[in-house]
Ligand binder design. Sequence first.
Ligand code: FPP
Length: 246
Amino acid sequence: MFFKKSQKSAIIDYNNLPTHIGVIMDGNGRWAKKRGLPRSAGHQAGADALKKIVTECNNMGVKYITVYAFSTENWKRPKDEVDFLMNLLLSYLRDSEKTLAKENVRIRAIGGREELTEEIREQIKKTEEFTKNNTGIVMNIALNYGAREELVMATKKIAEDVKAGKITTSDITSDMISENLYTGGQPDPDLIIRTSNELRLSNFMMWQASYSEFYFTKTLWPDFSIKDLHNAILEYQNRNRRYGGV
Ligand code: FPP
């Protein structure tokens, strides 16, 4: 099928899917407020929406999805909200053995582990181990994640290698930096979706997002549907990615 430049295809091209999708799942609190519910209800609804989106991405053939579940800045929220989010993540990871793991999803957590409770750290290890041989989509759950902290961590690792004499400073390349991030070995996100009408990156995958296409929508995360995902992918497929070339 041919399209004039001004025409946009409304059919998803399965040969041109984003390999890696990043998602900033924003608007849970506003979703709850609109309904007179506590913020926790918004987060619960957000976790339900996430399950549907990961399943659909996996079914479509997307290879990687990275979801921003808890940032290094989210510790500033009231203690009861932080506790609720941590418990939600814990049960999400536990339940994933019966849900996403059965769908061949490989689950990983990215972000600093030291600040997490022993219980969550153990559950992450268990879930990663349980799903490590799955060959479907790789789901990175960004948990206690911040791009600046990630770059500091990578810089320290490389500096240690220089100090140990394994490499010299002139050996440092941008690929080396990529390899030392939590997402080392994975392709950069092709598409980053942010919901709830906020137009910023908020310390999410700053290095990896260099050539990502951005899709912003007013839809609040708990309302983000499979149709919304398809619309984001269609818009992505109608972009002209030039990577700085012509
Ligand atoms: C931002 O919305 C959302 C978060 C800080 C948490 C994201 C968590 C989930 C979607 C559910 C849990 C995820 C997993 C993996 C189980 P907000 O609370 O800042 O919303 P607001 O801007 O409307 O207040």
